[in-house]
Design a protein around this ligand. Structure first.
Ligand code: GLU
Length: 319
């Protein structure tokens, strides 16, 4: 067994608060969809990967609906995501968690950062920043409001520095970012008053004691910002595994914006087998017609995430 499979197979992960003695934590994973549309094949594949990684490690798997951005949400999306996950035979531990219910915790973390001058109000508009250099993370914020701003409507930004943030992704290898020069100070509360994804996800992963985050590689760019937040807030950093993104034949990511349809509810077995193939799992040809329980049993038993090592994108069979 190579070191990659050995670390996948242990079932316990050593974590610890900075400065505290490390203690083994049981595996706790999660799937955290935003209710911006129904579950499509790309999000199903991410759900399957995080589920199998949790089950293969005898871990817990939590389901968190990230419903903190009402302008982007679609009526009925939460129900339709839950219905699809049930039809596909996912079994989550405990009740469904709604991120909006942690609002007070998000605000407490924000205030803590403001009190410690690790975050500050910023009145710059998108237009004010339109001439700034960009990186793959977006506009690099030049720090205009670091020393104060008198605008009425402000976002809140987190202070960054240029020390490299490095972590080992279980599939994509060593990742490093220097936040100050690659993103600049980033938004943790938006101008419209909503808590930004980066802060909410970090607070919730800590509160729910998540030990391993398995999600699409399209979110990998955010991970260093999330680690910066974890460090400043004294949280543990989970292990990360970013799986390849599923694309249409033209290379576009499957998403609501690119017209990805909802997963079919009447062919869960066939679609689950296709998700396993997308995850490079090589299921036997007749598995698709077996009862769902047997498909899941095969998938857990034969789960080999290392088959995706270094892969960034996979074209969907159906496009
Ligand atoms: N809510 C995010 C999404 O649906 C995922 C967040 C995460 O897994 O960290 O894209």
């Amino acid at each position: 067994m190579n070191s990659l499979s050995a670390s996948f197979a242990t079932g316990t992960i050593v974590t610890g608060k900075p400065g505290s003695t490390s203690e083994p934590a049981r595996y706790v994973g999660r799937f955290a969809p935003s209710p911006t549309g129904p579950l499509h094949f790309g999000s199903l594949v991410a759900a399957v990967a995080s589920y199998l990684q949790a089950k293969a490690n005898s871990g817990k798997w939590l389901l968190r609906i990230e419903d903190i951005d009402p302008p982007r949400e679609q009526p009925g999306a939460t129900q339709s995501i839950l219905e699809a996950l049930e039809r596909y035979g996912f079994e989550w531990d405990g009740d469904v968690i709604y991120q909006s219910r942690s609002h007070a915790l998000h605000v407490a973390a924000l205030e803590d950062l403001l009190d410690r001058r690790l975050a500050y109000p910023c009145g710059c508009s998108r237009r004010d920043l339109s001439d700034q250099p960009r990186s793959p993370l977006g506009v690099i914020y030049p720090g205009t409001c670091r020393n104060g701003c008198d605008a009425n409507e402000t976002a809140i930004r987190l202070l960054t520095d240029d020390d490299p943030i490095t972590y080992e992704d279980a599939l994509q290898g060593t990742q490093t970012q220097r936040l100050e020069s690659e993103s600049g100070d980033f938004v943790i509360r938006r101008r419209d008053g909503l808590i930004a994804y980066q802060l909410a996800v970090v607070v919730d992963d800590e509160v729910q004691q998540i030990t391993e985050v398995v999600r699409g590689i399209d979110i990998m760019d955010s991970t260093a910002r999330q680690i910066r937040l974890q460090r400043l807030l004294g949280y543990r950093t989970p292990r990360y595994m970013h799986i390849p993104v599923i694309t249409h034949a033209n290379g576009d990511k499957l998403s609501k914006l690119t017209g990805a349809p909802a997963v079919p509810l009447d062919d869960a077995g066939g679609t689950l087998a296709a998700a396993l193939r997308a995850l490079q799992q090589d299921p036997p040809g007749n598995l698709a017609t077996d009862p769902l329980q047997e498909i899941w049993a095969w998938a857990v038993e034969n789960w080999r995430p290392e088959a995706m090592y270094g892969l960034a994108a996979i074209t969907s069979e159906s496009s």
